[in-house]
Write a protein that binds this ligand. Structure first.
Ligand SMILES: [Zn+2]
Length: 96
């Protein structure tokens, strides 16, 4: 099993949820810009890893924490703003 950072999965989930209700939040929603937002937000949040089923349950519980959810949302909004101002994608390349 590969080791994954659960905070990244949560950020990705929150981003998609945010975009579902705020369709115009991001100037560009290509995969590069979305991944840039996830990476920028993840860089400011502590990683969460787990290797056992028990560890995964504990991480899942921690991710429900209201303060952490708020921190993730704050990080996401800041990252979206950064990417909107300076998108790193190549405008000549179509990424879907
Ligand atoms: Zn883009």
């Amino acid at each position: 099993m590969s080791l994954e950072n659960h905070i990244v999965k949560e950020i990705r989930y929150q981003l998609n949820r945010h975009l579902a209700t705020h369709a115009d939040a991001m100037t560009c929603q290509c995969s590069q810009c979305k991944e840039d937002v996830v990476a920028l937000a993840a860089n400011h949040l502590p990683p969460r890893y787990a290797t056992s089923p028990r560890g995964r349950i504990l991480v899942a519980l921690e991710l429900q924490n209201k303060q952490l959810q708020l921190d993730i949302l704050k990080g996401l909004l800041k990252a979206i703003d950064q990417v909107n101002r300076r998108p790193q994608h190549d405008p000549n390349r179509i990424i879907v």
